[in-house]
Write a protein that binds this ligand. Structure first.
Ligand SMILES: [Zn+2]
Length: 163
């Protein structure tokens, strides 16, 4: 039985026995008082998990705001679908267009004006959230092909009006 096992009362109020034998005997007291100012293992895990998910949430919100801003600036249609589909598709469209832009405009094969005329003009016609979700795996060249020939599922009227 090691006398290095010390009961610590943590800042959160929980108690835990900690084995301080890894620390030199002369350091244990100061280490123990440092520990007492921390949270216990369980509380520490809980907060860090919460902090991580808050971070992810903030990141997602920032991405959504960027996608919405781009939608407005590029004069793109608000996508139709369930709220979940609409926000997923908004994000997907934003990411895919960013990919296209990086590939073609930043890559030098298209000017800004060509991108606007040849790509965004086609994108402006597509108002179905599901179309973007269904096609989210397409690479840049596939996407360009699809935009030129998007099929009926790309348009809001296709589901509501069979004629
Ligand atoms: Zn605790």
């Amino acid at each position: 039985m090691s006398n290095a096992i010390t009961e610590i009362t943590f800042a959160c109020g929980h108690q835990e026995d900690r084995d301080l034998s890894a620390k030199p005997a002369g350091d244990r007291r100061s280490y123990a008082s440092w520990l007492a100012k921390q949270k216990c293992t369980e509380c520490w895990k809980r907060t860090s998990k919460r902090e991580v998910s808050a971070e992810i949430k903030a990141e997602r919100e920032a991405e959504m705001a960027a996608a919405e801003e781009d939608q407005e600036q590029s004069n793109l249609p608000i996508l139709q679908g369930s709220p979940k589909q609409a926000s997923w598709a908004l994000q997907t469209r934003f990411n895919m267009l960013r990919g296209l832009y990086a590939d073609f405009v930043e890559g030098g094969s298209m000017s800004e004006a060509e991108f606007d005329g040849e790509v965004l003009d086609l994108v402006r016609k597509i108002d179905r959230a599901k179309w973007w979700i269904d096609n989210r795996e397409a690479d840049n060249h596939e996407l360009l092909e699809m935009l030129k020939d998007p099929g009926e599922a790309a348009f809001g009227t296709s589901n509501e009006n069979p004629f």
